[in-house]
Write a protein that binds this ligand. Structure first.
Ligand code: NAP
Length: 308
């Protein structure tokens, strides 16, 4: 068996602890060789507080996985690529489209792998939905993506700052699935964003694409959380993707699921990309978010505080 690949994890916060650390620990391909975070650490793993120190001290670590929020991420990603490391980006891959194009060019010129991950695309029912829709014409579709920001991003003020995306942070997960499973590209017709009076980014969004597909994104949903997409095609096929894409029903029948969970599947793909020195950077979900920000009507919503 090939040697395990050493990875450094940067930004030891919620998603690093919830998903990246356990997925790396459970993988036979990967070993967590260092962390870089101003305050976060992982038991038993050498911890750095500065990316440049880690890159200089640990030349044997060839891969860096960046779990920071999008705005600070570019400087870290560029430093890693310039230092000859392969880079894995949490979603969304950057604060702007142009900065991700710049990273893509850096990776290409350096012959390094850049992987802009979309964890929701790896949900277990997504490929079944894609297969069911292949070659068909969508008649209508609707996405309900309704979750509680206080549960998933507790006290993370960056989500309400410019570049934090607000409800489009989970919304881009839905769009990453949509852009993966649809047989033809779509584009935006209209959108409405509801932004709290005291914040920079929206808590609710209503979105309409030209191709008969609509979406309702809500970040104030209490109780049961809803991550669902439903489609019908002109030949009468119905496709339901439920539980964030982890359950797929076609014409009323449950479909077989892929084996790996979302983050284990991301690391499995990253190991293939690194070993073949190829990149995977699909910006289409982020293009839709950018278009929503460009075209949307704005409405002011009640002020948002973390303790309701
Ligand atoms: P987080 O916990 O708020 O941030 C992750 C870590 O990044 C923090 O612990 C912090 O570590 C570091 N950081 C924050 N701001 C920084 C800055 N300005 N400069 C340098 N380091 C900074 O966020 P998260 O929830 O893990 O989300 C991180 C990314 O994962 C986001 O892009 C998000 O969309 C994505 N994601 C989140 C979830 C979720 O459920 N929360 C799910 C899937 C994907 P130090 O203070 O120790 O440096």
């Amino acid at each position: 068996m090939a040697d395990k690949i050493k990875v450094a994890l940067v930004g030891i916060g919620k998603i690093a602890v919830d998903q990246h650390v356990p997925s790396i620990a459970a993988s036979s391909d990967w070993t967590l060789a260092a962390t870089v975070s101003r305050s976060g650490t992982v038991d038993g793993v050498p911890a750095y507080t500065d990316i440049h120190t880690m890159l200089a001290d640990r030349p044997e670590i060839k891969v860096v996985s960046l779990c920071l929020p999008p705005v600070p991420r570019f400087a870290y990603a560029a430093a890693c690529l310039r230092a000859g490391r392969h880079v894995m980006l949490e979603k969304p891959p950057g604060a702007t489209l142009a900065e991700v194009y710049a990273l893509k060019a850096l990776a290409r010129d350096a012959g390094q792998t850049l992987f802009a991950t979309w964890h929701s695309r790896m949900a277990k029912g997504v490929q079944a939905a894609k297969a069911a829709l292949a070659g068909k014409t969508i008649e209508s579709g609707h996405i309900d993506w309704k979750e509680n920001v206080r549960q998933w991003h507790p006290y993370q003020d960056w989500v309400f700052e410019p570049g934090g995306l607000g409800v489009l942070d989970p919304g881009v997960n839905a769009l990453s699935i949509l852009t993966e499973i649809l047989p033809t590209p779509i584009h935006l017709e209209s959108a409405t964003l509801h932004t709290p009076a005291n914040r920079q980014t929206p808590v609710q969004a209503d979105v309409k694409f030209l191709n008969g597909i609509t979406a309702s994104f809500d970040w104030l949903k209490e109780g049961s959380q809803i991550w669902e997409q439903r489609f019908s095609t002109t030949d009468g096929t119905t496709v339901e993707l439920l539980e964030g894409g982890n359950r797929c029903i076609v014409d009323g029948d449950e479909q077989p699921l892929t084996e790996l969970g979302e983050y284990p599947a991301l690391y499995a793909l990253m190991s293939l990309l690194v070993r073949s020195r190829t990149s995977d950077v699909d910006l289409s979900p982020m293009v839709h978010v950018s278009d929503i920000m460009t075209l949307a009507h704005r409405k002011t919503a009640p002020a948002f505080e973390w303790s309701s």
